[in-house]
Design a protein around this ligand. Structure first.
Ligand SMILES: [Zn+2]
Length: 97
């Protein structure tokens, strides 16, 4: 199943799957909605850089792009890509900031 990119924040912070290349020596496994968030959580679609995910003292999680310094805070309850997708769609509809 093809991974659908997740809109992390509006406008335009989109988490996309890793590019799948035939001649990549170490290709990333395609992302799955039901899997736990990876440390290298995906690709920041706007700048094509890797997004990193980490937890702060077992509390909330942070998704960060080291290139353009975008930071997205997610609650500790967000564990999988499906959780993230649900959280982002809910928070996106709650506020426009
Ligand atoms: Zn970026």
């Amino acid at each position: 199943m093809v991974f659908t990119p997740i809109m992390l924040r509006q406008p335009a912070v989109i988490l996309a799957d890793f590019p799948q290349s035939e001649d990549d020596e170490f290709p990333e496994e395609p992302l799955q909605d039901e899997e736990p968030l990876r440390h290298e959580v995906g690709i920041h679609k706007e700048c094509a850089e890797v997004l990193h995910f980490y937890r702060i003292f077992g509390a909330h999680g942070v998704i960060e792009c080291l290139k353009c310094r975008v930071r997205i805070i997610v609650p500790r309850t967000v564990a999988t890509y499906a959780d993230l997708r649900r959280y982002c769609s809910e928070s996106g509809s709650r506020r426009s900031a």
